[in-house]
Design a protein around this ligand. Structure first.
Ligand SMILES: [Zn+2]
Length: 137
């Protein structure tokens, strides 16, 4: 039997991206088949020290989704021009290089955590541009 639920999607709460994220998930045929965890910054929110209080909430929800929904994949969708990334960036100039560093850092942290805690869970790391296009990492 085919598994009904396949993935958990970690995305940002930014209103500009709700429709774009949902359209992307439709394109990859996941409509109705994913559990959603939406929080400021997506991977940035659940890994950056600035948002420490949020981290365990995400990992506990991921654990729950693995148990209850039998997901086999985590799909991360960060996005450009993210307010949470700007908070993490602090007083430095929010240029492309600093912005990318924040996203890459969050992806690395998620990857190493999953390797330790859920080595069989697949991981998809995406960065969404303002026009809805996806860059894979
Ligand atoms: Zn955001």
């Amino acid at each position: 039997m085919k598994k009904k639920y396949k993935a958990m999607v970690l995305s940002c709460m930014d209103p500009r991206f709700q429709t774009k994220v949902s359209n992307y998930l439709k394109r990859i045929k996941l409509t109705g088949k994913y559990s959603a965890f939406t929080i400021a910054g997506a991977a940035v929110g659940v890994t950056a020290p600035k948002f420490k209080k949020w981290h365990s909430t995400f990992w506990e929800n991921l654990n729950t989704s693995i148990k209850i929904h039998k997901i086999n994949k985590l799909i991360v969708i960060n996005h450009m021009d993210c307010g949470a990334a700007k908070i993490v960036n602090g007083v430095k100039e929010f240029n492309l290089q600093n912005e990318m560093k924040i996203h890459e850092n969050s992806f690395e942290k998620i990857k190493s955590y999953l390797r330790r805690k859920h080595p069989r869970l697949k991981l998809e790391l995406n960065l969404m541009l303002l026009n809805g296009k996806i860059e894979k990492f």
